[in-house]
Design a protein. Structure first.
Length: 254
């Protein structure tokens, strides 16, 4: 574990925050007055975002229990935890190696559990909130991504379990399910302009999401306006997962 700089405002830890959705969440929470702890595998990326947001950068792997425990020992107060780090390597389900399937479950499910377990005392003391970044893939499986859809379904189930079993700690647990979002991690998906235009045309809100579209939902879930909300999933997907009929109509168009 390597790290830089500290602060003493109310604290929000975001994983996978060196780029993409995680970076946007850090910047939004910083504007809300939180001191962000920017966690990423990539030390340089974490430091860049921490410098932008006025926070602390920590380079670690969310699946590394010792590193997360060591970090937790150095963070006396934590109000908000956003489990955003996730991986989505392509693989056919009929052939995916069990080791690769396990690696995705490790990062996308056991990573968030690891952070929740290690930071529960601080979150409980603050009567804080956890947001897990799931995906529409939890609801509508994405062929060719093997463990990804099962991992996000498991993350939603974990969110609901924690909301109920840990309610007495005072911590609320919710999830966000983004649809298609333009990030460094999905750059190849929207690289073909024709395919991208077709995707946008079929989407009810008419465009792929930007990271800020996802980040802007977080303050409600972690703030006082969301005080009676726990165990919920907000799909921030431009209507993607509710557009079966428009999709069929488009498919039948002559
Ligand atoms: N982009 C999308 O279209 C989309 C859609 C639905 C859900 N999501 C989810 O949103 C989250 C962020 O997606 P993104 O597109 O911004 O991803 P991204 O690949 O652009 O960025 C992910 C970041 O997480 C870090 N990371 C990966 N594994 C890590 C680990 N083990 N420990 C610590 N850091 C790690 C990476 O270094 C990277 O900086 C993911 O959980 C993803 O599944 C993304």
């Amino acid at each position: 574990m390597t790290e830089t700089s500290t602060s003493d405002r109310p604290t929000a830890l975001v994983t996978g925050a060196g780029r993409g959705i995680g970076r946007a969440i850090v910047l939004r929470l910083a504007r809300e007055g939180y001191a962000p702890i920017v966690v990423d595998l990539d030390a340089e990326a974490a430091e860049k975002v921490a410098a932008e947001a006025g926070g602390r950068a920590v380079a670690l792997d969310v699946t590394d229990t010792d590193a997360v425990r060591e970090l937790a020992a150095s963070v006396p107060n934590l109000d908000v935890l956003v489990n955003n780090a996730g991986i989505f390597p392509p693989a056919p389900i009929a052939e995916v190696a069990l080791a690769q399937f396990r690696a995705v479950m490790d990062v996308n499910v056991l990573g968030p559990l690891n952070l929740i377990q290690c930071f529960l005392p601080q979150l409980s003391a603050a009567r804080g909130a956890v947001v897990n970044i799931a995906s529409t893939a939890a609801k509508a499986p994405v062929p060719g991504t093997a463990a990804y859809s099962p991992s996000k379904a498991a993350l939603i189930s974990l969110t609901k379990l924690c909301a109920v079993e840990l309610a007495s700690t005072g911590v609320r647990f919710n999830a966000i399910g983004p649809g298609g979002v333009q990030t460094e991690g999905t750059a190849s998906v929207s690289a073909d302009p024709k395919r991208e235009a077709r995707f946008n045309e079929l989407l009810p809100l008419g465009r792929r999401a930007l990271p800020d579209d996802i980040a802007d939902v977080v303050p409600f879930l972690v703030g006082s306006d969301g005080r009676y909300v726990t165990g919920q999933v907000i799909y921030v997907d431009g209507g993607l997962t509710e557009s079966t009929i428009p999709f069929l109509q488009a498919a039948q168009r002559i």
